[in-house]
Design a protein around this ligand. Structure first.
Ligand code: S3P
Length: 181
C-alpha cells in the first residue's frame, strides 16, 4: 500500500511512469504530486542534467548549443532504462519531440502526454527567462509554432494523453493513476 492506496499490478509491470509535454504543461508539479502519491522516486531530466553538468540548461545551450543538450538527454534516457526501481520521470519538453527518442521512451514504461493549450503555456511562461527556446521577441508565436510541430511527436510517444489546462496538479495525478488502471 502506498499512501493508503494500492498501486495497480499494471503500473508495477509497466515500470516507470514518464511525463512528457510542452514547456509549461505542468510536468514538474504533476510529477511531484505523483511521486508523493505513489511513494516513488522522481527523476527530472533537466535537473539531473544540470546536476551532472554542474550548470544550468540555459548555460548548456549558450555554451555548447542545443544539439549537445539533446545528446545529453539521449544519454540519460539510455541510462534510465537500466534503473530497476520504478520511477516517476519528468522529461524536459523537447525530449519526446526528438523522433529518435520515441522508441527508447516507450520502452521505459507508461508514457503520459500532458497536453496544454498555447495560451495556457504562454500565460505560465510569460515572465520566464530560463527556457532558451522561448527567449527574444514574440514568445506567443514561438510557442504556437513549436507546439504545433511537436504535437504529432508527443502523440506518437504517448500511451495516454491528458488535457491539463483546467486541472490542478493533484487532480491530474489522480487522473493519471485512474487512467493507468
Ligand atoms: C525544452 C524544455 C525545457 C528544457 C530546455 C528545452 C524544450 O524543459 O529541457 O529548455 O525543448 O522544450 P521544460 O519542459 O521542463 O521546461
Amino acid at each position: 500500500m502506498y499512501g493508503g492506496h494500492r498501486e495497480t499490478a499494471e503500473m508495477r509491470t509497466n515500470r516507470h511512469l514518464i511525463l512528457i509535454g510542452f514547456m509549461g504543461c505542468g510536468k514538474s508539479s504533476v510529477s511531484a504530486a505523483l511521486a508523493k502519491r505513489l511513494n516513488r522516486r522522481l527523476v527530472d531530466t533537466d535537473a539531473r542534467i544540470e546536476a551532472e553538468q554542474g550548470c544550468s540548461v540555459s548555460r548548456i545551450f549558450e555554451e555548447h548549443g542545443e544539439a549537445f543538450f539533446r545528446e545529453l538527454e539521449r544519454g540519460l534516457l539510455a541510462r534510465l532504462g537500466a534503473e530497476t526501481e520504478p520511477l516517476i520521470i519528468s522529461a524536459g519538453g523537447g525530449l519526446a519531440a526528438q523522433p529518435q527518442n520515441t522508441e527508447p521512451l516507450r520502452a521505459l514504461g507508461t508514457v503520459i502526454y500532458l497536453r496544454v493549450q498555447p495560451q495556457t503555456a504562454l500565460a505560465r511562461l510569460a515572465g520566464d527567462t530560463t527556457r532558451p527556446l522561448l527567449q527574444g521577441k514574440d514568445k506567443e508565436e514561438k510557442i504556437r509554432a513549436l507546439l504545433a510541430a511537436r504535437e504529432p511527436l508527443y502523440m506518437a510517444a504517448a500511451d495516454i494523453c491528458i488535457d491539463t489546462d483546467a486541472f490542478t496538479p493533484k487532480e491530474l495525478a489522480e487522473q493519471i493513476i485512474a487512467r493507468c488502471r
